[in-house]
Design a binder for this molecule. Structure first.
Ligand SMILES: [Fe+2]
Ligand SMILES: [Fe+2]
Length: 322
């Protein structure tokens, strides 16, 4: 066994020690959850003609702005990346344990997010459906091999940040698109609420990891927190789509900065004591991240100029954004 295998084994033992916490967190999670299904959120009111329901939906959806459509497309694709995420989690959180019960529950919940957005898109015709289906195919075919997949602690830091980021993105997309078409507002509010509960689960898990193994936990957090790549990063046009979403005020570097600050506070990173050299260095590195993110956001905003965009998935309609 080499050193990194020994490290991973030590971390896996900490995970085994956390099983009882996971059981309790799952009970708390399920007690608060309202389990909705896509067809419930999307179907017509009981006394409405279903054909009229779809016609009305399409009429309202015509008003949804092109930037809001781009945001919907990116959110949909992120959700449909679930096979990548299920695989990554199942590596460490599998076996005959409460971890695999969580992984399975989480997967079942997440699967509805992609389904409801896909069904909404088909019913409302708000996106070019053949185009988005091809993008999804390419995204899944390309695979997703993040640098954190060899370290279970990094998995929890990444999932904490990622669940919060998707929550913000869904909630803000829902506000923007929902101003034109209320049904998508309701759909995305429900999805966002579920991301918020996933976020609570992962950040509590990492809190427990920090309490048991602070030095190694901080080292892992210091590796992830400077920036997280969204899973679609290798997708064609991803960067441009992300640029639109930033300009629309849905999600950007300032939101990521807020998310990082929130975790530093919640995990009380600066107050952790009794660390070794490695732990102290990681702690210092983490405490310096917000100032760096602030500079990155400043630079991006000063350099940003008005720009014209067009995306096949949003019917190649040209639009300009500040
Ligand atoms: Fe999701
Ligand atoms: Fe989630």
């Amino acid at each position: 066994m080499n050193m990194s295998e020994v490290e991973t084994l030590a971390k896996v033992e900490v995970l085994a020690d956390l099983e009882e916490n996971v059981r309790e967190l799952m009970i708390a999670h399920e007690a608060k959850r309202i389990l909705w299904f896509p067809s419930e959120l999307l179907s017509a009111a009981p006394d409405t003609d279903p054909d009229l329901h779809i016609r009305e939906l399409r009429r309202r959806a015509e008003g949804i702005s092109t930037p809001a459509r781009v945001a919907l497309a990116l959110n949909l694709l992120t959700e449909e990346g679930l096979p990548h995420f299920h695989r990554l989690l199942a590596v460490y959180l599998g076996g005959d344990t409460f971890w695999s019960k969580w992984t399975n529950l989480w997967t079942a919940e997440e699967d509805r997010h992609g389904a409801v957005l896909h069904d909404y898109s088909r019913d409302s015709m708000v996106l070019n459906n053949p185009v988005i289906e091809k993008m999804q195919f390419e995204y899944l075919k390309a695979g997703f091999e993040p640098t954190w997949d060899k370290d279970p602690y990094r998995v929890f830091v990444y999932t904490t940040l990622q669940e919060r980021a998707t929550q913000v993105s869904h909630a803000n997309t829902g506000k923007l698109a929902g101003a034109y078409e209320p049904m998508i507002g309701t759909v995305l509010a429900n999805v966002a609420k579920e991301e918020a509960r996933h976020y609570v689960f992962y950040r509590n898990v990492f809190e427990e990891v920090l309490a048991r193994d602070p030095n190694r936990a901080l080292e892992s957090a210091a590796a992830i927190m400077p920036s997280i790549d969204m899973p679609g990063v290798n997708m064609p046009h991803f960067r441009e789509m992300a640029d639109v979403i930033r300009r629309a005020g849905i999600y950007g570097p300032r939101d990521y900065l807020k998310i990082v600050e929130e975790q530093i506070r919640y995990w009380a990173i600066d107050a952790i004591e009794g660390l070794n050299e490695m732990g102290k260095k990681a702690q210092e590195k983490i405490m310096a991240i917000p100032a760096r993110l602030e500079r990155v956001a400043d630079v991006m905003e000063t350099r940003s100029r008005a720009k014209t965009f067009a995306f096949a998935v949003a019917f190649a309609r040209e639009f300009e954004m500040e």
